[in-house]
Write a protein of this length. Structure first.
Length: 169
């Protein structure tokens, strides 16, 4: 299964760039994971009728927190994927996230705006970066997870060629 992964959109609603990202990079994704900091629930309209699983981030208002938990675990095939936004300084973020989950194969997170795709102690740590805000990264990015029968593999995709997002959040 192919899973589209996005985080830190910081938008009030779906703009043309986000819609272009979905069309170009998530067109064949069976599921979308949003790792928080949507800012507005209307952002999820960009994904149409796709199955979207999201968590609340530190910049999300109370209405987003009421709709989504701060963390969750989903099962895809034989794999368990932890989904969380994250908090605090980027240094030590993965260590803090590891304490939030038991027996997961992958932790998908956001918060730092810096993409990550690495295996540590048998767990894939996957941060798609930010689709709209390159605050701490050299480019804006999203991610794809490929879940097979034997492994989960991640891929980070630069999306700068699609132009800037409408930053109003």
């Amino acid at each position: 299964m192919k899973i589209g992964v996005i985080s830190d959109t910081h938008l009030r609603g779906p703009d043309d760039r986000l819609l272009a990202i979905v069309r170009k990079h998530f067109h064949d994704a069976g599921m979308i994971l949003h790792a928080g900091d949507l800012v507005e629930l209307a952002v999820l309209e960009a994904f149409g009728d796709r199955d979207v699983i999201a968590v609340c981030g530190n910049m999300d208002p109370p209405r987003v927190g009421e709709a989504f938990p701060y963390k969750r675990v989903i099962e895809v095939g034989r794999f368990r994927i932890g989904l969380i936004h994250g908090w605090g300084a980027p240094a030590g973020l993965e260590d803090r996230l590891l304490l939030e989950f038991e027996k997961v194969d992958c932790i998908v997170y956001g918060h730092s705006h810096c993409p990550a795709n690495r295996v540590r102690d048998g767990i894939l740590f996957f941060n798609p970066g930010s689709a709209c805000d390159r605050r701490h990264a050299s480019s804006t990015t999203v991610g794809l997870l490929e879940v097979g029968t034997d492994a989960i593999e991640g891929r980070i995709i630069a999306v700068d060629e699609l132009g800037p997002c409408r930053q109003d959040g």
